[in-house]
Ligand binder design. Structure first.
Ligand SMILES: Cc1cc2nc3c(=O)[nH]c(=O)nc-3n(C[C@H](O)[C@H](O)[C@H](O)COP(=O)(O)O)c2cc1C
Length: 170
């Protein structure tokens, strides 16, 4: 089994922006829009998220694959990852953590529930604003297979006509 797409999670802790790579994430609910994200206490981002209660989920396209892996192999405690990996921080609207200009989508989030953080490092995040980059209309997301290999999004198929019970989602 594979989790959701590989995402980047940005935080801003004591005025310093940081970014980590995250593969263990999933949609939890449509309304309010909730996203589950496992972030371990070994990550500097964990401390930032616990203390600020805010982050941005930035979704990279496949052209960022190499940087995405490298970002997940070093810590913001040692490296300015925005500088090191040539990422452009943009101001978010609802949270202090930055958007990443190179990502095709950015979702501003607030921590909604920490009940499972102690047991599973599982943060429940509420999406409070979302942005997409119109210059990247056909991005291919990355999916981690768990061992450093990745699958990229492929063909899209349209089965909307069979979504009879779920019309409000279309
Ligand atoms: C492909 C990939 C997926 C990862 N997924 C997760 C994850 O789901 N949760 C997590 O806590 N760390 C994950 N990591 C590890 C963190 O990104 C890594 O520990 C990073 O150095 C944390 O950075 P920070 O200390 O600046 O927060 C992943 C790393 C890679 C390369």
């Amino acid at each position: 089994m594979e989790p959701g797409p590989v995402i980047l999670v940005t935080t801003q802790h004591r005025g310093i922006p940081n970014v980590m790579t995250n593969g263990f994430n999933m949609m939890v609910r449509h309304a309010p829009p909730l996203i589950g994200c496992t972030i371990g206490p070994w990550d500097h981002s964990y401390t930032a998220l616990r203390e600020t209660g805010e982050c941005v989920i930035s979704i990279p396209g496949s052209e960022l694959a190499g940087a995405v892996v490298d970002i997940g192999n070093c810590s913001g405690q040692d490296v300015d990852k925005f500088h090191e990996f040539g990422l452009t921080p943009l101001a978010a609207q609802e949270v202090q953590a930055p958007l990443i200009a190179e990502c095709f989508a950015n979702i501003e989030c607030r921590v909604a529930d920490t009940a499972l953080v102690g047991r599973y490092d599982l943060f429940i995040l509420e999406a409070v604003r979302a942005w997409t980059d119109p210059s990247q209309p056909h991005p291919r997301m990355l999916h981690h297979r768990g061992d450093g290999t990745f699958t990229l999004d492929g063909e899209t198929i349209d089965l909307k006509d069979r979504m009879t019970k779920w019309q409000y989602l279309l």
